[in-house]
Design a protein around this ligand. Structure first.
Ligand code: AMP
Length: 936
């Protein structure tokens, strides 16, 4: 809100003939505030404005019209109110629907009568206040400008913005043009040319691939001139790179006409030929693409994100990718890399991840300094009628109001209006660094896809669509009428376009043939391609360096007042650094980050409580208890180039995990870690796991080294906070798509995180991280264990002195190892060895075979797990371990909680009894209960 300008501060309305212009501006400002919140203006002004309201009531209307002596200043205020009504509500009267169906009645506030202005003659002039026109003008002129600005092909919603400067900026752009966009002939012909390309491609594909799914753009062809204008203007304004996300509709058209994908490549995809011999591939309308275009500002790089059928999930992926690219080129203001996301109307309103992503847009850890959102609003959701069934809001875009984004609705059959608001949207984003939405109101000429019969469910809509000329035809007619072109020339243009396609020539404008694969901020992925998981790499770091680093990280600056509990933890870390006590989990994990930073890597760690650690173990950010000042010791390792970012994320899983995936696919040089508060929280992000993390490389050849830390462990916390569902990751594990690991010591965690960067192997890493082990007296490591060695995929039993005497081998993963080891230590179980499987996938077959071979006399092999028999690791490991035992004539027995629907019991006593039973069975005689179902 504006401060009141004191020079003109008036506690009550003036009386007199006319308002002074300065006071008018003041009154107008008050009026706007009054309309937002009547209590925010001085009471006398509120009374005054209230007295002017209610014109619809008969007595008021009578009063306004019957009083010829109504003071001019009162009329003037009403005129301001009239102007304001258009700014707030004009979009409801805009002609946005290309189908020209019966529009709803515009609000009464847009009528003169409502404001008591219906008797004002053409000779009375008014100060237009902040309306962007010059001089005193008649009410007729004011009304015309308002209608041209707000009620023609553009419906601008922006009065919900809180920042007055943004509102004024938008008003100036919209009102000073008032529907007269001033494009020169060349620009207008270029718009027509892009519409010809858009329509031409669909016609071509329609003829050539009859009935094949392509999710045609027809009805929304203006998207092509829109995107073209966006990229060209963005380039002129210094942007060097765009990452674009979009769902199916129109994707092939965008790929060919904007990105310059060759028609031949597209033809191959239509004919089902594989792109290359790697991977399982994906359908053509999911494919991403990269290209470089020439713009008035030079070369720009375009990257279209690969996209699953889950419509909106690509939105946060694009944001993450952009953020990574911005970081790489030091683009703190978003002036070089920008996201563009193209949505469908039903999905934008329907899918919660849109809200999650919007909510990220201005946060420290996730902002990309503004996204241009384009909603391709074909006014139908598959077969769902949008207004009656698809949403409860008036517009599909209302959710964007939550972040104060301006929303520019535009009639898709008014291509000049489309280009005009695209320019405004881009300029707004560049100037204010915030999201903006273009709602391209259009239609879908075909059904949901080309095999569909839309008239079956929407007969009226499709009858109208059948008779509707195309956007190109309409616009061409207009330019022909105005003498800019001829019918013949336009027929020829369509022919020429088809000819270029037939000849296999690119049809995108300004395409740079010589693509620079490292243009913009793209990174070289070459070193990471075709790597295998089993390469050895030494992940240790010099012990003295580690000790120094740990001490440094645990010693805040002089005078920094830590919380007592945190102080204790840091004191202990200093003792660990000095070799006075072994390292715990928090120390080892912190050191892994520190050592990676010292090796030149960047770390990005996000999660809902990641800076402190949900279990109070990390403390990556320290808070001075007096001043509230926060410091991040890991950023001080190299203060000039801090390479550590820890983010307490918004309370989202799906959106944030998708963001981090997008980030990791664009940042092989960074360790990108997402941490779940409890492991089961990842359930809310299952789509990201299924559609991207586990399958992105196979479908699209896109690597990612994203690391998930999922606290997992059966510690009596009940069904929700016990299991990160390792079984679900293991069920998805194939073709070396990811790594699923369960480290049980601090040193293992250190080596695992280091390995994720030091190996040139970028695969998602799913880590079942501990809870109680964070503070378990035995879950500790010496500094030396960090200094040398590497991650052990299977840990042997170090307590066995004579392996030849071992009769039983227990195999397990995770927390329960410590209970088993304690039982082993207290009882007479020298003949029982315990192996820890610390990497479940890729399954370390060779290493396990080697370790099993150390126990030649063993004839009982038991898998022990905390999890119920139908969950956890058993069903994955049994078919992999059994073949190793078969050569000895043995099969695997299993000790697990009984099969269960929920991950864990809710009653602590039952939990304890179950654990007791597990431990007894692990060491007791093998019974029929312990034999798993035969496995294939
Ligand atoms: P982009 O900057 O996304 O357009 O990527 C440029 C090029 O880098 C692509 O054409 C790919 O060859 C390669 N590339 C980008 N991201 C990845 C990734 N995550 N995995 C493998 N290769 C990638």
């Amino acid at each position: 809100m504006n401060e009141m300008p004191s020079r003109h501060r008036l506690d009550s309305p003036v009386s007199g003939q006319e308002l002074h212009p300065d006071n008018l501006a003041f009154a107008e400002d008050l009026l706007e505030r009054y309309q937002d919140d009547p209590d925010s203006v001085p009471p006398a002004w509120a009374d005054y404005f209230r007295s002017l309201e209610g014109a619809p009531r008969p007595e008021r209307r009578r009063r306004s019209t019957d009083r010829p002596d109504l003071a001019h200043e009162q009329l003037q205020i009403r005129v301001l109110q009239f102007i304001n009504a258009y700014r707030y509500l004009g979009h409801f009267g805009a002609r946005l629907d290309p189908l020209e169906r019966e529009p709803p009645e515009p609000p009464r506030e847009l009528s003169r009568e409502h404001h008591g202005l219906d008797q004002v003659g053409p000779d009375v002039t008014f100060d237009p206040g902040s309306l962007f026109i010059d001089g005193r003008v008649s009410l007729d002129t004011i009304e015309r400008v308002l209608k041209e600005t707000y009620c023609a092909g553009i419906g601008a919603e922006y009065m919900h913005l809180m920042a007055t400067d943004e509102k004024r900026w938008l008003q100036e752009r919209l009102e000073s043009a008032h529907g007269h966009f001033g494009f020169d002939d060349d620009t207008r012909l270029a718009i027509l040319e892009r519409l010809t390309a858009a329509e031409g491609l669909e016609r071509y594909l329609h003829r050539r691939y009859v009935g094949q799914k392509r999710f045609s753009l027809e009805g929304a062809e203006s998207l092509i001139p829109l995107l073209n204008a966006l990229i060209q203007r963005g380039g002129a304004r210094g942007l060097q790179e765009f990452v674009v996300g979009m769902a199916h509709r129109g994707r092939l058209n965008v790929l060919v006409n904007l990105f310059g994908k060759s028609p031949e490549e597209l033809a191959n995809e239509f004919e089902g030929r594989p792109r290359d011999d790697r991977g399982t591939g994906d359908v053509k309308y999911h494919m991403g693409f990269s290209s470089d275009l020439d713009t008035p500002g030079g070369r720009v790089h375009l990257a279209l994100a690969f996209n699953p059928s889950h419509l909106e999930i690509v939105t946060p992926v694009v944001e993450g990718s952009v953020r990574a690219r911005q970081v790489r080129v030091g683009d703190r203001k978003g002036n070089r890399v920008m996201p563009v996301v193209i949505h469908g109307d039903a999905a934008f309103a329907g899918q919660g991840v849109v809200m999650e992503t919007l909510n990220m847009s201005q946060t420290r850890g996730f902002s990309t300094k503004g996204t241009v959102h384009v909603v391709v609003n074909n006014q139908i959701g598959f077969t769902t009628s949008t207004l009656k069934d698809a949403r409860s809001t008036h517009y599909a875009t209302d959710v964007a109001k939550m972040v104060n984004a301006p929303i520019l609705h535009v009639n898709g059959d008014d291509p000049e209006a489309v280009v005009f608001i695209t320019q405004i949207a881009l300029d707004y984003r560049m100037r204010f660094g915030k999201d903006v939405v273009i709602d391209l109101v259009c239609y879908r000429r075909q059904g949901h896809n080309e095999a569909d019969e839309p008239a079956a469910t929407q007969p009226h809509m499709y009858r109208r669509i059948r008779d509707l000329p195309t956007t190109r035809e309409r616009y061409a007619r207009r330019l022909i009428r105005e003498g800019l072109t001829t019918e013949d020339a336009q027929e020829q243009a369509l022919e020429d376009y088809r000819g270029r396609l037939d000849a296999g020539q690119p049809v995108a404008l300004s395409l740079l043939r010589e693509r620079n694969s490292h243009a913009g901020s793209s990174t070289n992925w070459g070193p990471y391609l075709n790597q295998t998981w089993d390469q050895d790499v030494d992940t240790g770091a010099p012990a003295d360096r580690l000790a120094r680093t740990l001490e440094q990280l645990s010693t805040p600056p002089e005078g920094f007042r830590l919380n007592d509990r945190v102080q204790k933890i840091l004191d202990a870390r200093v003792a660990m650094a000095r070799g006075e006590q072994p390292l715990d989990w928090g120390a080892a994990e912190t050191l892994a980050y520190g050592a990676l930073i010292q090796d030149g890597y960047r770390i990005r760690l996000s999660g809902q409580d990641s800076s402190r650690g949900t279990f109070f173990h990390r403390h990556a950010v320290l808070h001075d208890q007096e001043t509230g000042k926060a410091i991040v010791p890991l950023r001080r390792l190299d203060p000039d180039h801090p390479r550590f970012l820890v983010i307490d994320s918004l309370l989202s899983e799906e959106g944030v995990l998708a963001f981090e995936y997008g980030y990791a696919t664009a940042a092989p040089e960074a360790l990108v870690v997402w941490e779940a508060q409890f492991g089961d929280f990842v359930n809310g992000a299952q789509v990201v796991i299924d559609q991207f993390i586990s399958s992105g490389e196979q479908k699209w050849g896109r690597l990612s080294g994203l690391t998930l830390l999922l606290p997992h462990g059966y510690e009596g916390q009940g069904p929700e906070h016990s299991s990160a569902r390792p079984e679900r990751f293991l069920q998805l594990a194939a073709q070396e798509n990811m790594q699923v690991c369960v480290p049980t010591t601090p040193a293992q965690m250190f080596h695992l995180l280091r390995r994720q960067m030091l190996r040139p192997y970028r695969k998602p890493l799913i880590v079942m991280t501990p809870k109680s082990l964070l503070r378990h007296k035995d879950a500790v490591s010496d500094l030396d264990a960090l200094a040398t060695g590497q991650y052990q995929t299977v840990i042997d039993d170090a307590r066995i002195e004579d392996p030849g005497k071992v009769k039983r081998v227990l195999m397990t993963s995770g927390r329960i190892f410590y209970d088993l080891a304690a039982r082993q230590a207290e009882g007479e179980h020298a003949d029982t060895a315990i192996l820890r499987l610390e990497q479940c996938y890729p399954f370390p077959e060779a290493r396990l075979t080697e370790l099993l071979g150390r126990y030649p006399e063993a004839d009982e092999f038991v898998w022990v797990q905390d999890e119920p028999e139908n969950q956890g690791y058993l069903e994955f490991v049994a078919p992999r371990i059994n073949p190793l035992l078969a050569v000895r004539g043995q099969t695997l027995h299993a000790v697990a909680r009984p099969p269960a629907a929920a991950p864990a019991v809710g009653y602590p006593e039952v939990h304890k009894a179950q654990l007791k039973d597990l431990l007894e069975r692990a060491f007791g005689p093998i019974s029929s209960r312990d034999t798993p179902h035969p496995t294939p």
